[in-house]
Design a protein around this ligand. Structure first.
Ligand SMILES: *[C@@H]1O[C@H](CO)[C@@H](O)[C@H](O)[C@H]1NC(C)=O
Ligand SMILES: *[C@@H]1O[C@H](CO)[C@@H](O)[C@H](O)[C@H]1NC(C)=O
Ligand SMILES: *[C@@H]1O[C@H](CO)[C@@H](O)[C@H](O)[C@H]1NC(C)=O
Length: 711
């Protein structure tokens, strides 16, 4: 994955004493970048409120996009924008739904305006104008996407979404308490049983275990599905690869976006399954029309406007007349994809056949199923995932008979499932994805199996694998939600918060662990090493045979390594994993650091240690059990195959993630190789480069944190 990426640099740096220690490319931010960082991040600050800084208000009042049309390269976008504006844009505070056709159209138009600003100054002024006049959810979405994709904003760090919009991350009970504290200051803190003062902050304790108003078994894994890092990761990935963005202008297709789409979801589902098993929950149920959806969701989330997110009761019935149109559409689209798999080709939008009976076609299939702009035929294969989300999110009643604002803007109430930053919390997300991954699986099973020579690497043999004791535990995390709270007049004047409120919640973490792989190599070679983790037993306690378990493997790590001839010991720490990130630096801290650096105090180093699309390091391992829970650990070593485009070509890897460059890959191997297709015991039994071993994951109690658990 992305981690693949950075390893390549390391190839250049080989010759280091420890060949697994890869150096991240870094750069010191210069003043120009620091200034951009300050200017651009200010626009995320208290984004529910109008601008308070007079200089910014002046820009917002004076800039005119249409009058400056020659400053934008996309004339059409500016003209369409002008018409939309005259007609009425989404109003501020209105829930925004990127998957809705109208809302999505407005977002794309605004993005095209921002993206096509010919110089940075125009981009910035346009952004300030949007910040003041455009719906804030829409603004944050298109503005962040533009920062990620514009060449002149590479290196700028976007604040984590949970700090921009805490309302998507914490329930209304906590936010209500926080609002009260915000008004009362420290005076009433002792009055509330869930709050306390820490330094100059008020901390609100969130009890995720118990949302007393609603219960189903699924709350046992809330610590995982509500994890703000995980949800931000999922959101960030969709900003990097929005389904509506691509084509020739931003050639995301070069990055194998369809294959990534499959891989990211496979990773999430395998990871979630292990978390379920750790908590004694059964298999992920199959999604079907006939059986009711057993687990509902009442998120307790509330839009800033004051409206609650839609809920879905337990035992929700899909087989209703009311859903009949959606159901017919989903059935049509899904059937067409399955037929394409059986036929071995998809039909593009001019009627030509595109062969998908090849391993590389995972990328085409992924684009078809996501129904993104790079799909060969988005009309015919359709966006059934979005239809599913509407049904299961139970938000349909709002979209079919909804009010139209200004006669043309749908007033929608999107469900948890329909926002990328909240989707992972709904158990239905995993039902949908189990069903979708089954379609991919049908295709994977239709391909020829790996031949032994494709899997083997005769000159390399793994002699032994040692894994440190694997221990998980809960710790408290503190999320800064101040940005959500209304500013007082005093605060607005100084444009600074007097009261800072943090939410305390438990989250999963694990002790750093090392894996040591003893390898004999007949020659000095660069190889790719991969670690995978899968459950050993299913929810009924039956051992899962490899021929079924291959689809449950979560890829833990992947890196290149320079083997010497003879004996080698590959030592790899969990912290070296380049796909993962520690917590992103908080907006407040990053701003302060950048400001000091700009005034000559200290410096800001830009590198990818905070990579925007990083998976939370803390969540590598599933919780396991107190008495230990067995898992299967796989080490696979294969020959290094150079990617078609060398890593980092066309962008600066210290500053940029290179979206759309096609140069983000470490190897030419398929993602998840070799467990991206069914693998059988007989295929691997004589392989010396494929090592299977049992490992045990222990969960250690943290006395002050209460969460239900199995011993
Ligand atoms: C320009 O903007 C229009 C309207 O949003 C869009 O349809 C078109 O694809 C854009 N063109 C380019 C080159 O980005
Ligand atoms: C959460 O609720 C449970 C059950 O009521 C309680 O035992 C636990 O102490 C609470 N945790 C916090 C942090 O308040
Ligand atoms: C939380 O964020 C606010 C600004 O939104 C800031 O004033 C405050 O210092 C931050 N608190 C911490 C502990 O960083």
């Amino acid at each position: 994955m992305a981690r693949l990426v950075l390893c390549v640099l390391a190839l250049a740096a080989s010759g280091l004493a420890d060949p697994a220690h890869k150096v991240l490319p870094q750069k010191q931010a210069d003043n120009a970048l620091l200034q951009k960082q300050l200017d651009l991040s200010t626009l995320f600050y208290h984004v529910h409120e109008p601008l308070h800084v007079p200089e910014l208000v002046a820009i917002a009042d004076s800039w005119d996009v249409e009058k400056n049309i020659d400053h934008y390269s996309n004339i059409t976008a500016v003209k369409v924008f002008g018409e939309l504006y005259e007609y009425g844009l989404l109003y501020r505070n209105m829930p925004f739904h990127v998957l809705d056709r109208y809302h999505g159209f407005e977002a794309q138009t605004l993005y095209n305006v921002l993206w096509s600003a010919k110089d940075y100054d125009t981009f910035y002024k346009t952004a300030v104008w949007f910040r003041q006049h455009v719906n804030e959810y829409l603004f944050v979405y298109v503005y962040s996407t533009a920062i990620l994709h514009r060449p002149d904003t590479q290196g700028v760090v976007i604040p984590p979404i949970y700090e921009i919009f805490p309302e998507f991350f914490t329930n209304s009970e906590v936010l209500t308490t926080a609002q009260r504290v915000n008004v009362h200051g420290l005076r009433m803190v002792e009055h509330y049983p869930t709050t306390y003062v820490w330094e100059n902050n008020v901390v609100v304790k969130e009890n995720m275990t118990i949302w007393p108003y609603y219960y189903n078994d699924e709350v046992k894994v809330n610590y995982f599905t509500w994890d703000q890092g995980l949800n931000a990761f999922y959101y960030n990935w969709h900003l990097a690869y929005p389904k509506w963005l691509g084509g020739d202008v931003t050639p995301l297709v070069k990055d194998r976006r369809g294959e990534w789409f499959w891989y990211i979801h496979k990773q999430l589902l395998t990871r979630y399954y292990m978390e379920r098993l750790s908590n004694g929950l059964g298999e992920i149920p199959e999604l079907s029309w006939s059986a009711p959806i057993k687990t509902g969701i009442w998120s307790g989330l509330q839009y800033y406007k004051g409206i609650f997110f839609p809920t879905r009761p337990n035992n929700f019935v899909l087989n209703q007349d009311y859903f009949v149109n959606e159901i017919i559409r989903i059935q049509d689209f899904e059937r067409r994809v399955r037929e394409a798999i059986d036929l071995g080709y998809v039909i593009n939008n001019v009627g030509e056949h595109i062969n998908i009976h090849t391993p590389e076609a995972i990328d085409i299939l992924g684009r078809v199923i996501e129904c993104n702009v790079d799909s060969p035929n988005s009309k015919f294969y359709g966006d059934f995932i979005t239809l599913w989300k509407g049904l299961l999110g139970n938000s349909l009643e709002h979209t079919e008979y909804n009010q139209l604002y200004h006669g043309h803007i749908p007033e929608i109430l999107p469900s948890v499932l329909e926002h990328y930053q909240t989707a992972l919390r709904d158990p239905a997300f995993y039902l949908i994805w189990k069903r979708v991954l089954n379609i991919f699986k049908m295709w994977q099973e239709s391909l020829p199996m790996y031949k032994l020579e494709e899997l083997a690497y005769p000159t390399v043999s793994i002699k032994n694998v040692e894994v440190d004791k694997l221990v998980t535990y809960f710790e408290n995390t503190y999320m800064n939600i101040t940005n959500q709270l209304h500013m007082t007049e005093h605060e607005a004047k100084r444009f600074e918060d007097d009261v800072s409120v943090l939410v305390q919640r438990p989250r999963l973490n694990h002790k750093v662990f090392q894996v040591r792989v003893k390898v004999n190599s007949e020659a000095a070679k660069t190889v790719v090493v991969r670690f995978f983790l899968a459950p050993k037993y299913d929810s009924l306690g039956n051992e899962i045979p490899l021929k079924e378990n291959w689809e449950n493997f979560f890829q833990l790590d992947q890196f290149t390594y320079d083997l010497v001839q003879g004996e080698n010991v590959i030592k790899r720490d969990s912290t070296q994993n380049l796909w993962t990130v520690d917590d992103w630096t908080t907006a407040h801290e990053f701003y302060a650091k950048s400001e000091s650096a700009l005034h000559g105090k200290g410096s800001v180093i830009v590198d990818q240690s905070q990579r925007f699309d990083g998976y939370p390091q803390r969540l590598l391992l599933p919780k396991g059990r107190v008495g230990g829970m067995p898992f299967v650990f796989v080490v696979y070593i294969s020959e290094y195959r150079a990617p078609k485009v060398p890593f980092g070509q066309g962008f600066d890897p210290a500053m940029s993630l290179g979206f759309g460059s096609g140069a983000r890959f470490l190897t030419d191997d398929p993602l998840g190789f070799p467990l991206n297709k069914p693998v059988y015991d007989w295929q691997i039994q004589h392989l010396k480069n494929f090592w299977v071993q049992d490992v045990t994951i222990y969960h250690k109690h943290t006395p002050e944190i209460y969460l239900p658990h199995l011993e």
